[in-house]
Every structure is written in structure tokens, then in C-alpha cells.
Design a binder for this molecule. Structure first.
Ligand SMILES: CC(C)(COP(=O)(O)OP(=O)(O)OC[C@H]1O[C@@H](n2cnc3c(N)ncnc32)[C@H](O)[C@@H]1OP(=O)(O)O)[C@@H](O)C(=O)NCCC(=O)NCCS
Length: 191
């Protein structure tokens, strides 16, 4: 069974993780204890076009495009500069990436990628939980993403359900999946 502990932290651990940028606005620490393997993973928000952004870009390319015989192009992402870029850091090295963008009250997640040797260690869950938490913090009504067929079960475990029919993108079968976010009852609504 996975035992994870997530807590908000401040900038004080910066010296332990030299890749953290001054601009990083939050820091989350997760101790993973699965099948006797313990590792510390932190999720960082990375500034667009910074050195860390480019590190994450190549993880996205290696995990999501290269296996399809494609190369990730910045031109494929016209809203890249407005997007929130998240990186999962372990031992000073990025091992996972994810993106999200809030639009019209909906948080759209994309480019969730964990390096193959770190898959199955709850890094993807940690990235998605951060996106969900960001969405809640911004008052989004839902988190929406286009999931590859191979990742349907991963998103189902996080509570996502299917919205719409299957479609093909980059030669791969996808479905749009959605996680509605419950709003806290307003003071007016209570009693
Ligand atoms: C899909 C991906 C992001 C998941 O990240 P991960 O770190 O490997 O997943 P986690 O370890 O956090 O898994 C969380 C849960 O989902 C399950 N899960 C993860 N990937 C799964 C998959 N492909 N099929 C079925 N279940 C899966 C895990 O078993 C785990 O379940 P548990 O909590 O009951 O043990 C990662 O495997 C990856 O980068 N895959 C290649 C790229 C990709 O497909 N990205 C998604 C594009 S839409």
C-alpha cells in the first residue's frame, strides 16, 4: 500500500535542491514508501522559458513524443507562455512534468509525463494532485484533460470520468476526461 505524506513547505529547503528557481511560488514535499522504496519528490512551479522549463520540455518530448516517432514543437502549444509548468524533482533532477491552464473557469491539464524508470511510484499522482489543488485554489469548476487510452486507468484512479467519445490525436486513441470540483458551500447557502 502506498503511504504518502504531502505537506506545504517554504523556501527553506532551497539549498537542498539547487534547481529550484527564485520564482518558484510553492514547494510540496512527498515521501514515497512503496514496496520498501522510499524517495523524496518535490513539485515545483517553473517559469516559462527558464532553464528548468527547458529541462521539463525535454522530459515531455522524451516521454510523450519520442515513442511516437515525433518531436515536441513549441509551435504546437500557442499558450505555452500563459501555461503553468510543473516539474517533479528528485535528488536535484527533474523526473516528471505537467502543465495546466485555467480558462473560463476550467483547469485544463496536459503533458503529464513521468520518466519511465520512475513510473508507478506515485509521481504522476503527485503532479495531478497539485494541478487539482491549484484548480481548487483558483475556484475552477473542473479539471479537464485529453487522456491517452494507455492512461485512462491512471486518471480513473484520481476520480476522472469520461466526457465525450474517443478520438485520435497524434495517431493515438484519446478521450476527454473530467474531474468536477465541488465548491465549498457559500456562507449565504448555509442554514
Ligand atoms: C501515465 C503516467 C503519467 C502515470 O504516472 P505514474 O507516476 O506512473 O503513476 P502513479 O504511480 O502515480 O499511479 C497512480 C495510480 O495509477 C495507477 N496507474 C498509473 N499508470 C497506470 C496505467 N497506465 N494503467 C493503469 N493504472 C495505472 C497506478 O498503479 C497507481 O495505482 P495505485 O494508487 O492503486 O497503486 C506515467 O506512467 C507516464 O508518464 N506515462 C507515459 C506518458 C503518458 O501516457 N502520459 C499521460 C498522457 S495523457
Amino acid at each position: 500500500m502506498l503511504v504518502s505524506h504531502v505537506k506545504q513547505n517554504s523556501q527553506k529547503s532551497k539549498k537542498n535542491f539547487p534547481l529550484i528557481q527564485q520564482e518558484s511560488s510553492f514547494f510540496i514535499k512527498n515521501r514515497l514508501n512503496k514496496r520498501g522504496v522510499e524517495m523524496t519528490v518535490t513539485i515545483h512551479q517553473v517559469t516559462y522559458d527558464s532553464a528548468d522549463y527547458h529541462r521539463l520540455f525535454w522530459i515531455r518530448n522524451d516521454v510523450l513524443r519520442r515513442p511516437l516517432g515525433l518531436v515536441l514543437q513549441r509551435a504546437d502549444f500557442p499558450e505555452e507562455a500563459q501555461t503553468c509548468h510543473l516539474g517533479a524533482l528528485h535528488d536535484g533532477v527533474y523526473i516528471g512534468a505537467g502543465c495546466c491552464l485555467l480558462k473560463n473557469g476550467v483547469m485544463r491539464a496536459s503533458q503529464i509525463a513521468v520518466l519511465p524508470e520512475y513510473q508507478g511510484k506515485a509521481v504522476g499522482r503527485l503532479l495531478m494532485n497539485e494541478i487539482i489543488s491549484l484548480a481548487r485554489g483558483k475556484g475552477a469548476e473542473s479539471v479537464v484533460l485529453d487522456a491517452r487510452q494507455t492512461a485512462f486507468a491512471f486518471y480513473e484512479k484520481l476520480g476522472f470520468t469520461y466526457a465525450g467519445r474517443p478520438f485520435t490525436k497524434l495517431g493515438v486513441s484519446h478521450r476527454t476526461m473530467i474531474l468536477p470540483l465541488k465548491k465549498a458551500p457559500s456562507a449565504r447557502g448555509r442554514g
